[in-house]
Ligand binder design. Structure first.
Ligand SMILES: O=c1ccn([C@@H]2O[C@H](COP(=O)(O)OP(=O)(O)O[C@H]3O[C@H](CO)[C@H](O)[C@H](O)[C@H]3O)[C@@H](O)[C@H]2O)c(=O)[nH]1
Length: 656
């Protein structure tokens, strides 16, 4: 709170008339003033640091119409510790909001009034479909962009926003600790770290200079996720990353509001506490700005900051090419997008043209797209077009920002992002709320304050390659309209197998051997998927093929490692855990696990039949299974497998 109050030395001791609106506070103030008199002579520092700021905060709260917060305060001497804690909390809320708590309350009043009057946040803007880069996995352009992206990766920093509790998923733990697939059990955080390390190594390899790049990795946590995230990292030795490479920045919550006058809500369980809720992933910009990391990165020669979310197991398959797009197009902002199904819970990338001629390309959040379209003459609102998809690409909230322009913008805004409020009203009079609300902000709204000269673009890729989040609990996922993605733990895992298989299928090509005058088939032949129902969701089940990022981070890596005439049956499972594992004339019908150290070169060939691993259906209500399995609706039953381990350097050609 930026105080307009007197300096401590000018404090008119004993004058508590300003607190007359809060009689219970006034009574307690007399104690403060006694303390002030007592300490004035003995410790000015104590007075200045401890007592005066509390009085300043109280005065500011009353000024902003928050006297109700003191209405239940007990007599001086009772609950004093709780009163002290109250002020500590107010001080924290004040420090953490750009402009202080008073600004927060004023902003809230303005936004609540807009919401009550039904003001259209896009007043004066007409939506249209923007044009961006559309990439086709595996073609020459894609392969070239992947190479460009890998080259740039050593100049990048990654930022994971992981402060959300995932209320829609309803999982008790932190989402980044969930396995992204259960064939290996690798959790999201491990997968992300391994991808960043693989990119780091691949990028350095492409560098002509000696390269010791260590790609910085920031994780934004919150009170809900901070300790378990730290514990997950520490208990797994940071999954191979250097601890100094990883920085956790904790976002703080903001005060909840009880009514349209932005009266701050007390915690229902403790009247001396203010109820708080998350402010949204948009906090990441202010946190980064205040951390000083951005300038450190700029000084170290970095050029890109890549933001991503907590549960998208496919994301890193899209990173190299999209970073390549940023580099070749010179984009200051590049948002990753996928074709979007109408009403799918992902924002739509939209071109907004203002009456005054201004334009911007921005995410319109999924709950705002339909009313915006209807208000602009699209009588059916958010619907699919003839392609079977919404004409507006779906924002997957993977942003690539160019560091220099990003810092320049944050110097102006200090990371503050346009906010919104979403109160749930009790009735159409819009005078009271069903439960308290708060201001929120989203990281993808960053471009809203950019000048029209900023280079803002987006990159569209197939959803099978780039996007399969885990957001919905089994019951809600089963209710998703037919044809729309489930966004569940079940679909998230199946999407990883599907993507790996489709990538392997893309390695297939026919070629003519001129000596034998015979057509040969290179690459991997993959059987068609089966369908299965888990937790009432019908999904495609492809062979459960998983590889570590060090094996392949781009399509070119995959092509290099998959040689001639391989095949994998639908019921198979394969884990490739090693950098130098190659396949040639391999025929897999069962389960194969290969673990090899970097210095071991392994060529897999021949026929491998065994009973393999099967997916056994379980009921998500069956509490005899761990929650991680129940939310998928299946467990893997390991009947038989071939496991190959190479812990010595050398060349190995295991024949089956
Ligand atoms: O206060 C918060 C709230 C969320 N998050 C993090 O932000 C990410 C996104 O949160 P949600 O998954 O709850 O986000 P939504 O599904 O509501 O929507 C967001 O993700 C979608 C794509 O997954 C769309 O892009 C959409 O436009 C965008 O707002 C998660 O990693 C979450 O942990 C925070 O760090 N702090």
């Amino acid at each position: 709170m930026v105080s307009t109050w007197e300096k401590p030395s000018q404090l008119s001791i004993g004058d508590d008339s300003w607190a007359s609106a809060a009689p219970n506070l006034q009574k307690n103030l007399r104690w403060f003033y006694i303390l002030i008199r007592f300490f004035e002579s003995s410790s000015q520092a104590f007075l200045n640091q401890i007592i005066v700021p509390k009085i300043e905060l109280a005065k500011e709260l009353l000024h902003e119409g928050q006297s109700h917060l003191f209405s239940h305060w007990a007599e001086p001497g009772v609950d004093d510790e709780k009163k002290k804690n109250f002020f500590d909390q107010v001080a924290l809320l004040n420090t953490n909001y750009p402009g202080g708590l008073a600004t927060y309350i004023q902003n809230a009043r303005r936004l609540l009034a807009d919401s009550k009057s039904g003001k259209n946040p896009f007043e004066g803007f007409t939506p249209s479909v923007p044009s961006g880069e559309v990439l086709n996995f595996g073609d020459d352009n894609f392969v070239m962009l992947e190479k460009d992206g890998v080259k740039e990766a050593r100049k990048a920093a990654f930022v994971l926003v992981a402060g959300g509790l995932g209320e829609r998923l309803g999982y008790k733990g932190i989402k980044v600790a969930l396995p992204c697939e259960t064939t290996t059990g690798t959790c999201f955080l491990q997968h992300y770290i391994e991808c960043i390390l693989a990119l780091q190594e691949a990028s350095c390899k492409l560098s002509r200079d000696i390269c010791h790049a260590e790609i910085p990795f920031v994780i934004m946590t919150s009170d809900d996720t901070h300790i378990p995230t730290l514990h997950l990292l520490e208990s797994h030795s940071y999954f191979g990353m250097k601890p100094g490479q990883v920085k956790l920045l904790k976002q703080e919550k903001v005060a909840c509001l009880d009514d349209n006058d932005a009266r701050i809500a007390s915690d229902p369980n403790d009247k001396y506490k203010i109820q708080t809720k998350p402010h949204g992933h948009g906090d990441v910009h202010a946190l980064l700005y205040n951390s000083g990391l951005l300038n450190e990165w700029l000084d170290a020669g970095l050029k890109w900051v890549l933001f991503f979310q907590d549960t998208n197991g496919l994301l890193f398959k899209a990173i190299p090419a999209s970073l390549g797009v940023s580099a070749t197009k010179g984009y200051h902002v590049n948002s990753l997008a996928v074709p979007r199904k109408a009403k799918e819970a992902i924002g739509g990338i939209t071109k907004l043209t203002h009456e005054d001629g201004r334009t911007m390309v921005i995410n319109v959040e999924y709950n705002q797209l339909d009313p915006l379209l209807r208000a602009n003459g699209h009588i059916d609102g958010d619907i699919n077009c003839e392609t079977g998809y919404s004409p507006f690409p779906g924002n997957i909230n993977q942003l690539i920002l160019e560091l220099g322009p990003y810092i320049e913008e944050l110097k102006k805004t200090h990371g503050a992002i346009a906010e919104f409020v979403n109160p749930k009203y009790k009735d159409s009079s819009k005078t009271s709320f069903k439960s308290s609300t708060r201001l929120e902000c989203m990281m993808q709204d960053y471009p809203k304050t950019l000048p029209s000269t900023a280079r803002v673009g987006f990159t569209v890729m197939d959803a099978w390659l780039a996007y399969a989040p885990v957001k919905n609990n089994p019951e809600d996922a089963a209710k998703v309209p037919k044809g729309n993605p489930f966004h569940s733990a079940t679909s998230g895992e199946m999407a990883i197998y599907r993507a790996n298989n489709l990538i392997l299928r893309k390695t297939q090509k026919f070629y003519l051997n001129l000596e034998l005058f015979f057509f040969f088939k290179a690459g991997v032949h993959i059987s068609d998927p089966a369908t299965a129902v888990f937790n009432n969701q019908e999904v495609e089940v492809w062979p459960r093929i998983v590889w570590k990022p060090k094996w392949a981070i781009t399509f070119s890596d995959v092509k290099e490692k998959v040689k001639e005439r391989c095949s994998v049956s639908q019921r198979s499972a394969m884990v490739i855990n090693g950098k130098n594992i190659y396949m040639e004339e391999l025929s897999l019908d069962g389960a194969l696990i290969v673990n090899a150290m970097n210095e071991a070169e392994v060529k897999l060939t021949g026929s491998i039949p065994n009973k393999g691993w099967v997916l056994k259906v379980i009921d998500y209500k069956d509490s005899s299974h761990p929650e991680e399995s129940r939310i998928r609706g299946f467990v893997i039953e390991k009947l038989e497998q071939l496991e190959l381990n190479y812990n010595e350097p050398g060349k190995f050609y295991p024949q089956s």
